[in-house]
Design a protein around this ligand. Structure first.
Ligand SMILES: [Zn+2]
Length: 292
């Protein structure tokens, strides 16, 4: 079982290097670097340096289009949705600040983002929680097209861009999106290598045990059929002290279930971002570090 960690926020190489050493010492084999629209606009040089330092430490590197167009999951704001509101989705006559999968301008942005990532040396893309909404979009580009079908087309198009360059493509679907119509498509497609989900306790009320086991069993069924890697995310954000023992317990469960990749969101219990920070981020990191 491979162990991965997501990393975000810090762009100052002096600190990033220290963190990467820490990550390497904790025996992680891959890292997911968030790469927002702000990074694409203002931090290209930093990203190049960060990738260089990550690869130097033999970490497999994935880039995450973090909050890009607000179409993918992530906290950062989007320039795209504020600069091109007419390229955003319209559901039941209400425009939402989310880029439309049928917008050519949005595709251009994703292409620019992908080409830069590939050129920089990323080993793969990690598409996090894409918004596959089963609704009609009434924007000028769609005129009633279904957003779920259009979204799948968009994701396949991005995957193809990366596969053409022999890169890995990983996708994370929210637990409630683990439905046959999505899974069949991504598992069947030769352009997706890793299919995952993030059954975070924060997503469920009291049903974490049942729901997380259910999510894992669904993915395992598909893996058996299609021979792809599956990835499970473990919550290392917003955890309260009393919830900390979930980490080891759930990690051990994943190990028992022979999950291919187990990833944590995120480094140092999200100390870097107050909004996501665990109650005891350093303690959380100590727990994660010891998991093998
Ligand atoms: Zn649209």
């Amino acid at each position: 079982m491979k162990k991965g960690i997501s990393y975000f926020g810090t762009r100052d190489l002096r600190w990033v290097k220290k963190d990467l050493d820490e990550i390497k010492r904790a025996k992680f084999s891959y890292i997911i670097h968030t790469f927002s629209e702000e990074d694409l606009r203002y931090y290209r040089q930093n990203l190049k340096e960060i990738i260089y330092e990550s690869k130097k430490r033999n970490l497999e590197v994935f880039f995450d289009p973090w909050g890009v167009g607000k179409y993918f999951g992530g906290e950062p704001p989007s320039f795209f949705t504020s600069e091109y509101p007419e390229e955003c989705i319209v559901i039941k006559n209400k425009r939402k600040p989310v880029a439309c999968p049928n917008s050519k301008k949005f595709r251009n942005l994703l292409k620019e983002w992908s080409l830069f990532s590939i050129e920089t040396g990323a080993d793969g893309i990690f598409m996090d929680e894409p918004k596959l909404i089963d609704e009609k979009c009434l924007c000028k580009n769609c005129k009633g097209k279904n957003l779920k079908d259009s979204g799948i087309k968009l994701l396949k198009w991005i995957a193809e861009l990366w596969k053409k360059e022999n890169k890995k493509v990983s996708i994370c679907l929210l637990p409630y999106s683990l439905k046959k119509d999505f899974l069949e498509i991504f598992f069947k497609s030769k352009n997706f290598d890793i299919i995952g989900t993030d059954p975070y306790p924060v997503l469920f009320n009291k049903n974490f045990d049942r729901e997380s086991k259910n999510a894992i069993s669904i993915l395992k069924d598909y893996r058996g059929k299609y021979k792809k890697e599956i990835e499970i995310w473990i919550q290392a954000f917003k955890l309260k002290k009393k919830e900390e023992n979930y980490i080891k317990k759930f990690y051990e469960f994943c190990k028992k279930e022979k999950i291919d990749r187990v990833s944590f969101w995120a480094f140092m219990g999200c100390y870097e971002m107050g909004h996501l920070r665990c109650e005891r981020p350093f303690k959380v990191w100590e727990i994660i570090k010891k998991l093998y």
